[in-house]
Design a protein around this ligand. Structure first.
Ligand SMILES: Nc1nc2c(ncn2[C@@H]2O[C@H](COP(=O)(O)OP(=O)(O)OP(=O)(O)O)[C@@H](O)[C@H]2O)c(=O)[nH]1
Ligand SMILES: [Mg+2]
Length: 392
């Protein structure tokens, strides 16, 4: 395993974290879901020292965890000298407050962690605006929660007048900021729209998929570019579009997009809408799946879920199983081929399978220029649809 760069980059600053999962929420998926949370924490620059799982029982509303588990967690936090506790599930504002008080450590939930990663990763003006918007929208209802807490503590009498005023002020400030950000985003979007209109003459394809599936690597291989690739989550936040050139010197456009993840905070999807519109409007979506992921199906379902949220109607989509070089099991490969007859199996890293994928894209592009929209013309390119054969 390569060294984790945060250990090299800022060893004194890394927060010492404990992860908390609840089997009631993820059931059998919990180990993988927690492994993903660990990667998210690592990407956010925290050092994960331990984890605690509540296996039985439901959620205990005031503190999320039951009494006994909470005591265990407190002991673990003390023992490991952790200063951060990351919950795999979304917590209500009052749960966070109660937990922080009890644990004497900072408590964040999965959405907050993802928002934090996006905030660190955002480089362009657009992605910064988008992340800030999502963060403020996440904060807004939490301001209300803060007030409720105050109200309860003080019995609601005496504090209510000035407290409410303060809360109203805070909310107004946040709302105004949200409105300003939306305006700023609209102007960025208009610039984008002009660019998009210019691109409409071309055949447009977009890479979509789970974070770390290898979209950017594939993008680089197909367009001979060098966008940022990293073995961490959410390496890409900004959509990048480049030309692909066929041997006959035909042009098509390929867009690399932000990756998706299970339980992606809703506000993020909403505020990244303008970036993802690029994908929404593509003539062909290339859904990149990490074939080496033990949980391929869930990965695909998460992506399909976000796409459904984003797209009014399904787009022509072709499945590409990537990282084939990491799949040693021949049966697994055969299984993928049998279950997804329309899919391509490639390695963006070694280049295996890319020629047939390229040929397929050009075939689609030719059909498109000839006036045959892939949706209307022949087979839907959804996974499993017959007749979208892989020409290997
Ligand atoms: N072995 C192997 N590794 C790959 C392949 N494709 C990508 N990778 C690695 O997978 C990791 C993630 O690749 P990216 O291209 O950044 O993935 P992405 O889908 O763009 O990720 P996000 O931008 O975070 O959504 C990197 O370490 C790549 O080197 C492949 O075909 N084989
Ligand atoms: Mg990427």
């Amino acid at each position: 395993m390569k060294p984790r760069s945060h250990e090299v980059a800022n060893p004194p600053k890394a927060e010492r974290a404990v992860l908390v999962g609840h089997a009631g929420r993820d059931g059998r998926d919990l180990p993988r879901s927690l492994e993903e949370l660990r990667r998210l924490a690592d990407t956010a620059g925290a050092r994960v020292l331990g984890e605690l799982v509540q296996r039985r029982g439901g959620v205990h509303p005031p503190t999320f965890l039951g009494k006994g588990k909470l005591a265990d967690l407190k002991a673990l936090v003390g023992e490991l000298e952790a200063d951060l506790v990351i919950f795999n599930d979304d917590l209500s504002p009052s749960q966070v407050r109660n937990l922080e008080k009890e644990l004497e450590a900072k408590v964040v939930d999965r959405s907050e962690l993802i928002l934090d990663i996006f905030a660190r990763r955002a480089r362009s003006r657009e992605s910064r605006l988008q992340v800030e918007l999502a963060q403020l929208q996440y904060t807004l209802p939490r301001l209300t929660g803060m007030w409720k807490h105050l109200e309860r503590q003080a019995g609601g009498i005496g504090v209510r007048g000035p407290g409410e005023t303060q809360l109203e002020t805070d909310r107004r400030i946040v709302r105004e900021k949200i409105a300003r950000l939306k305006l700023a985003l609209e102007s960025v979007e208009r610039e984008r729209e002009t660019q998009r209109r210019r691109r409409r003459d071309h055949f447009r394809t977009a890479l979509v998929g789970y974070t770390n599936a290898g979209k950017s690597t594939l993008f680089n291989a197909l367009t001979r570019s060098e966008v940022f690739v990293e073995d961490r989550l959410f390496a890409t936040l900004d959509a990048t579009t480049r030309q692909m050139v066929s041997p006959e010197r035909h042009l098509a456009l390929l867009t690399d997009t932000v990756g998706f993840i299970r339980k992606l905070p809703h506000h993020l999807v909403a505020s990244f809408h303008s970036t993802l519109v690029e994908a929404v409007e593509a003539d062909l979506l290339i859904h990149v799946v990490d074939a080496a992921d033990p949980d391929i199906l869930r990965q695909m379902q998460a992506v399909e879920g976000v796409l459904e949220e984003l797209l009014g109607e399904p787009r022509p989509t072709v499945l590409v199983f990537n990282k084939l070089d990491l799949v040693a099991d021949e049966d697994a490969v055969a299984g993928l081929e049998a279950q997804h007859p329309g899919a391509f199996l490639v390695s963006a890293k070694s280049g295996a399978g890319l020629d047939s994928l390229r040929a397929f894209i050009w075939e689609q592009a030719a059909g498109h220029t000839a006036g045959h929209q892939p949706t209307a013309a022949g087979p839907t390119l959804r996974a499993g649809a017959p007749g979208t054969g892989r020409s290997s």
